[in-house]
Write a protein that binds this ligand. Sequence first.
Ligand code: A2P
Length: 269
Amino acid sequence: MSDQSTAARAAPPPNLYVARVESVRHYTDKLFAFTCERPAAFRFRSGEFVMIGLMNGERPLLRAYSIASPAWDDRLSFYSIKVPDGPLTSKLQHVEPGAEILIGRKPTGTLVLDALTPAKRLFLLSTGTGVAPFASLIREPETYERYDEVIVTHTCRTDAELNYSREIVADTYADPLVSEEAKSKLRLVTSLTRQAHPVEGRVTALIANGELFRSFRGRSFDPALDRMMICGSAPMLQDLKAIALGAGFIEGSNHEPGSFVIERAFAGS
Ligand code: A2P
């Protein structure tokens, strides 16, 4: 019996939904994205993450994943790494349309609009799969109601790893719900650290040398004007948090909104 048929046949615990996979897209040998139907009762806020997975024999095998689709969509999208010997992603990377996956009932997270106080510009700073929650937020109409400018930064090692962010931004420009607002307010800034690219270097370096701000008003972050959401690896979060605090930003949460929020990139293991 295959893992997928096991996932479909074993009864999932009552704290999980079962959803059918609708599409799968492989970007590189290490990255893929998939969509599934959204269980009718499943609600979340754009930018949150949730536990997802497969049945592994009698037990569910679950990992946290950022939801990459907006809260209004009747599909759920996810962007995942493939870890060859990763307990979940070694199996999940082989799912095909029609397969069933498990979805937790309690989405959560701090990369939500309500965790930030009002301002003019929103910077969504990401590395690698950390861009996933921003794929959700840029298709959320409320994002454009709250901000005059929305700047997504995505830094990866190689060019092929940028295809996901290029695609989600192109999809956003083409989405009738947000197209007009996005075309005037949304910008994608990509940079690479291990291949030639028009913008090269870590986002931390682009902030330090001012390159990030070259085409925007101002020369650096301004806590009176800007808000930041930060999502990437633990070292990236640590470095950007230090930059945000040093520039006078205050970390926000669901309980107490602030001027920046951070979250580790959730994308399987
Ligand atoms: P670099 O190639 O210089 O390590 P990873 O796959 O390791 O998570 O890295 C994804 C991207 O994030 C890479 O471009 C990497 O740059 C960059 N990166 C890694 N660590 C940091 C950090 N502490 N601050 C900012 N960017 C980082």
